[in-house]
Design a protein around this ligand. Sequence first.
Ligand code: ADE
Length: 228
Amino acid sequence: MKITILTLFPEMFTNVFGTSMIWHAQDIGAVEIELINFRDFSTSKHKKVDDASFGGGPGMLLSVEPIFRALQSIQGLETAHKILLTPQGEPYVQDTAKRLAKMDHLILICGHYEGFDERVRTLVDQEISIGDYVLTGGEIGAMAIVDSVSRLLPGVLTSDESFEQDSFYNGLLEYPQYTRPRSFMGMDVPEVLISGNHQEVEKWRREQALKRTQERRPDLLKNADKKD
Ligand code: ADE
């Protein structure tokens, strides 16, 4: 998969993409990440990318032209899936990550400051929000998308780390897990997990995942019903 990111702050991505699973995904060739600073596509003398809002109002808006030109420079633009990061977008959930992981080329456009010229919206296929709060820009959202999508690509996780057990993967939160010691400050590992009875362990885990989801995120259970 190829992921192209349009941003005014490419340096924000250096550590995140050079570390852990995202680095591994690139290292094995599962994903290729390209960063484009769309300031380079400004035609103004001072490389300006924003301007005041027509009709007045505080703050500056990102102009449509530098973003349009940056997009035009990308090979395979027509077939790529173009995403705008914005708090007005559809909420990003694990199902979105699964859908995006099947695509060949994603383009993520990160805004910054007060917002975009409305016409930027006409350049994309989808708008995504990573949560109901306002970030300074789309970069952290783009990192969240790249991380969650990369780990779903074939060969990135080993079978030990497989994402099938992840919270949300089957629409439920993950069951509780324990490692050594068996007893810590009076809190013991549940007997069933040391019983060696795999069927019983599986049954307990299924029950616990349901219980935990019911307690913490009953909204997920309602959605799981709708899916089937
Ligand atoms: N840009 C600013 N806030 C955002 C959010 N919540 N999700 C995605 N992009 C954003």
